[in-house]
Design a binder for this molecule. Structure first.
Ligand code: FAD
Length: 383
């Protein structure tokens, strides 16, 4: 059975739960328990593209991503990892096939440059120099940032979990949270399939299930789950090329260091649902979209497809806040498909707030109150 009391219970053993456990323990919090219903990294983190880009349209996402890149660069050393998180900065090329996108990219680049993100606007020919097999018919231009890249999500979570364990954090896997008891406006007990834990601080890092967890204290989180599918191809000779993204074609595609291509498309008709079955429609859709951008991939064979869930927030920015009227109950969710890349600094920000330190950026921007006030941080650049 699980221990009966703790200072903090973190629900969810993905990128967010594990990095937050580390950041809290690093700042001196003792007696932290992470409760995960399956194994670490079994949720969206282990199913994600693991791309890391700083090219965002909102300052909030851009700052979290920019500062997280600095953390990924140092992560092996900082976390004293015995393997390699495989952070490779091959860049991101974001292509504009519509005039609307191109106009938006000018605005995005202004935001990024004001934050010293090393991004450049490139002509269609310039884009083709970066990705020689890119289709530039009808291309208005592209933006490119060389320090964007990707990492191995299993190793990143493993690195955080091992570092957290060394600082005393306990991980309870195959343990599901089934209820949360609040009393007199304060969180009190976390009920799990392996016993109850009393704790004054409970952190909901359950991603697509964050809404269900908040329901346990009668709070409606404005989030919904949405399936996103991906596939991997057979490996071919590696080119060290960048991640290619097209928002109008809903596509991201990247070659891994060993030569396989990983790609996915967003489906605007995907229902709000917990379904993670793979579909044939996806294979047809992604093939069509990727060949319109990277025609050279035509005869590549698909090795495997899978899917995972995004936790969609109304403005594609995360919610980092204490639940109203339930003191001690925090939520870190609503990452809307980019929680891996912003995870490192999101956890720093929340740990600073919880431990009463000065926050490196105003955490209030990510508050739940923004929806009531109608002051959304609308992110224009999501796949
Ligand atoms: P998760 O990794 O989902 O962790 C939450 C955990 O909570 C799960 O392990 C789950 O088992 C556990 N849990 C749920 N309910 C309970 C309960 N009741 N009790 C106990 N445990 C519970 N992000 C990027 O930054 N870059 C990308 O390129 C990218 N590509 C993506 C591609 C796909 C196909 C998908 C699906 C997502 C992608 N994302 C990407 C998004 C990214 O995966 C997530 O934003 C990020 O992993 C969120 O981390 P997390 O720790 O919040 O969630």
């Amino acid at each position: 059975n699980v221990q009966k009391t703790a200072n903090a219970v973190i629900i969810g053993g993905g990128m967010i739960g594990c990095s937050l456990a580390y950041e809290l323990a690093l700042r001196g919090m003792k007696d932290i328990v992470v409760v995960e219903k399956e194994y670490l990294c079994s949720g969206a983190t282990g199913r994600c593209g693991a791309g890391v880009r700083q090219q965002w349209g909102t300052e909030t996402n851009a700052i979290l991503a920019r500062d997280s890149v600095k953390r990924f660069e140092q992560m092996n050393e900082e976390l004293e990892y015995d393997m390699d998180i495989e952070f490779k900065q091959g860049g991101y090329l974001i292509v504009a096939y519509t005039e609307g996108e191109w106009t938006q990219f000018h605005k995005n680049v202004a935001v990024q440059k004001s934050l010293d993100i090393p991004v450049e606007m490139v002509t269609p020919e310039g884009a083709r120099e970066i990705v020689p097999h890119l289709n530039i018919d009808g291309l208005f231009g592209a933006t490119f940032c060389q320090t964007d890249g990707h990492a191995n999500p299993f190793h990143v979570v493993d690195a955080y979990a091992k570092a957290a364990r060394r600082l005393g954090v306990v991980f309870e896997t195959y343990t599901e949270v089934t209820g949360i008891v609040a009393e007199n406006g304060k969180v009190k007990t976390v009920e799990t399939t392996r016993g109850n834990i009393d704790a004054p601080l409970v952190i909901n890092a359950a991603n697509y299930a964050a809404g269900k967890v908040c329901k346990m204290v009668d709070f409606d989180l404005p989030l919904y789950p949405q399936r996103h599918q991906a596939l991997v191809t057979e490996p071919v000779e590696p080119t060290q090329g960048p991640m290619v993204i097209s928002f109008s074609r809903r596509l991201y595609c990247q070659q891994t260091p060993h030569g396989s291509f990983i790609m996915g498309v967003g489906d605007p008709h995907e229902p709000k649902d917990f379904n993670i079955n793979s579909s044939w429609d996806f294979l047809e859709d992604v093939s069509r979209q990727v060949l319109s951008v990277l025609p050279l991939l035509k005869n590549l064979r698909v090795v495997r497809q899978w899917s995972g869930l995004y936790d969609m927030s109304p403005d594609a920015n995360p919610i980092l806040d204490e639940v109203p009227d339930v003191q001690g109950m925090w939520v870190l969710a609503g990452f809307s498909g980019h929680g891996f890349m912003v995870g490192p600094q999101t956890s720093v920000l929340v740990a600073q707030k919880i431990m009463g330190e000065k926050c490196f950026m105003p955490i209030e921007k990510f508050g739940l109150d923004r929806f009531r006030r109608g002051e959304l941080l609308l992110e224009p650049s999501v796949v």
